[in-house]
Design a protein around this ligand. Structure first.
Ligand SMILES: Cc1cc2nc3c(=O)[nH]c(=O)nc-3n(C[C@H](O)[C@H](O)[C@H](O)COP(=O)(O)OP(=O)(O)OC[C@H]3O[C@@H](n4cnc5c(N)ncnc54)[C@H](O)[C@@H]3O)c2cc1C
Length: 527
């Protein structure tokens, strides 16, 4: 047994989508981070197919959304039940759809981004335990060199550790955290098949009470089928009978579309669980390690990616010593309730899909019709599924936009490093023309109204001590009343104001910058 010690600012356990997005964000912020992944080879298995609008926005703020969209098919409405559809095409976002693409495309793009930004990805490295003290965290790691059969035990130390190691998280277990919840669906059949006939929609799903079936395309001629047979519930170890799968699909969908050539089959059961806390000292949990639920609604990977987007910039600020008090704790405060809500939404969708009695099914139909046809209800429902409706707690008396998602807006006037305001159109010196492009630097973005010369000078003075952490830009379209928005790196509003007097506005702004971006850098504070 050989002991090794490698220092990193942050060690991430698990190279699933959550860990990979986090690694890219940390590396992009200049944080030394290493991802330890048990698997030696890339996984060709895929679980998630649905990438929702808010996730695509977060990926857009990292410059990878458009490339991901090219890998799949987009769906402008979601089948809820019995022919009822939830329209997404009216959503106010660049991505008014569900992207249907296999999870491995998302993982590949995030891995490429993380590596390009300088994150280290170590395969064949299994974390088996952890210890933490006031200065850092030691991980016990078994490492297997490529082409070498032997596992070598060692330790790695970092200032912080994030467990993104999935539903059976070793990190969660090593922290001694329970994973309370229950099993909610057993004996779900999975199969990758070819179809003789192409289904009419990109996603196909229906449940009859006796049976349920779902079909999604890989985009290369193969399809993923998920099916459930109420009358044949067996352990996960029982092989999938292809004839049963076809019969259940016919029962649920009216046809099996000429299903043939299964290249892979499996059974799984679905749990609904949430860790009681996402942080213990210097160790954090994110993604399936923190919460798990049924695949209904396609929310799991999306929620994990949004956990990572919330945690990355906070952890980077902590490593760099600029995090204001309480910033790291805000991860739990903001993301835990979202996880709970996601469990509820997914549970409601699963219950509705599997509803057995006629009465329940009738109620389900009425509820689905209401949820999709009455606009405020439909908007609320769409906000839950797409996560566009997620917002974070705001202090009492704060501006109503505080904590809300910052919508992408075109930018007209920006400030360069000296704080000098420069009118559009875009030149190489300028912040890019959309807010989400401006966020690609991993900074806060202050959206300020167009200002006269004196007010612009006051703004410059106010922001100067934080100019290493804040970009300044002006929306192309003025709002009435003029609105100041301090947008966090994860595209949520940290602070907002309709203060008409820019001088007074910048005073409030200084307080907001200090409370979100931390202490001003000494050298810049002196200038
Ligand atoms: C059938 C099915 C369909 C789904 N469909 C959707 C969908 O459409 N949309 C959606 O958003 N979600 C969906 N999900 C859920 C989604 O797949 C998961 O939520 C997502 O993969 C979680 O990502 P993660 O990075 O948190 O964890 P994982 O993807 O589980 O990654 C964890 C990684 O950690 C590694 N690891 C584990 N233990 C260790 C260790 N001790 N040391 C080192 N490495 C370790 C693993 O090898 C793995 O690579 C579906 C799930 C299922 C089962």
């Amino acid at each position: 047994m050989r002991a090794t010690a490698t220092d990193a600012d942050v060690l991430i356990v698990g190279a699933g989508p959550t860990g990979l997005l986090l690694a890219g964000d940390l590396a992009g912020a200049g944080v030394a981070c290493t991802v330890l992944e048990r698997r030696v080879e890339d996984s060709s298995l895929t679980r998630a197919f649905a990438v929702h609008a808010r996730t695509l926005e977060e990926l857009d703020a990292r410059g990878v959304a458009d490339e991901l969209v090219e890998t799949g098919a987009t769906v402008g409405s979601l089948a809820v039940f019995g022919g009822v559809r939830l329209a997404l095409s009216q959503l106010e976002t660049r991505f008014p759809f569900v992207l249907v693409t296999p999870q491995y495309h998302t993982e590949r793009l995030l891995a490429e981004r993380a590596r390009a930004l300088g994150a280290e990805l170590v395969r064949g490295a299994e974390v088996t335990g952890l210890r933490q003290d006031t200065g850092g965290v030691d991980l016990e790691v078994r490492t297997k060199a490529a082409g070498d059969g032997e596992w070598v035990a060692g330790t790695r130390r970092a200032s912080y550790v994030v467990g993104t190691d999935g539903v059976r998280s070793t990190v969660r277990h090593a922290l001694g955290l329970p994973f309370p919840g229950r099993s909610i669906a057993r004996s779900l059949m999975l199969a990758d098949v070819r179809l003789a006939e192409t289904p009419p929609g990109v996603l196909t799903a229906n449940g009859t009470g006796r049976s349920f079936a779902f079909i999604a395309p890989f985009g290369d001629g193969w399809y993923r089928v998920i099916a459930w047979n109420r009358r044949h519930q067996v352990p996960d170890s029982e092989p999938v009978d292809f004839d049963e799968l076809r019969a259940v699909t016919r029962d649920a969908l009216g046809t099996d579309y000429g299903m043939r050539d299964p290249r892979w089959t499996s059974r799984f059961h679905s749990d609904e669980r949430q860790a009681p806390t996402y942080r213990v000292g210097r160790v954090f949990l994110a993604g399936d390690a923190a919460h798990v639920h049924s695949p209904a609604g396609g929310l799991g990977m999306n929620t994990g990616l949004q956990d990572a987007a919330n945690l990355g910039w906070k952890l980077a600020a902590a490593v760099q010593g600029s995090a204001p008090d309480g910033l790291l704790d805000s991860y739990q405060r903001e993301r835990y309730p979202v996880g709970t809500q996601v469990l509820r939404t997914s549970d409601a969708l699963l219950r509705a899909a599997f509803a057995q009695s006629r009465a329940l099914r009738a109620v389900r139909g009425v509820a689905a019709a209401l949820a999709t046809r009455i606009k405020p209800v439909a908007d609320h429902f769409a906000g839950r599924i797409t996560a566009l409706g997620v917002s974070y707690p705001a202090p009492h008396g704060a501006h109503p936009l505080t904590g809300k998602r910052a919508a992408d807006v075109p930018l007209a006037v920006t400030a360069d490093d000296s704080g000098e305001q420069t009118p559009g159109p875009r030149s190489d010196r300028l912040v890019p023309p959309r807010l989400y492009e401006a966020l690609r630097g991993g900074q806060f973005v202050l959206l300020a109204p167009a200002l006269g010369t004196e007010a612009a000078a006051r703004l410059r003075d106010a922001v100067a001590p934080w100019i290493d952490r804040v970009d300044v830009a002006t929306p192309a379209t003025a709002t009435s009343p003029p609105t100041w928005l301090l947008v966090r790196p994860d595209a949520y509003v940290a602070w907002a104001s309709n203060e008409p007097d820019p001088a007074a506005g910048t005073e409030a702004l200084r307080a907001a910058l200090a409370s979100w971006c931390g202490a001003p850098t000494p050298a810049q504070a002196e200038t």
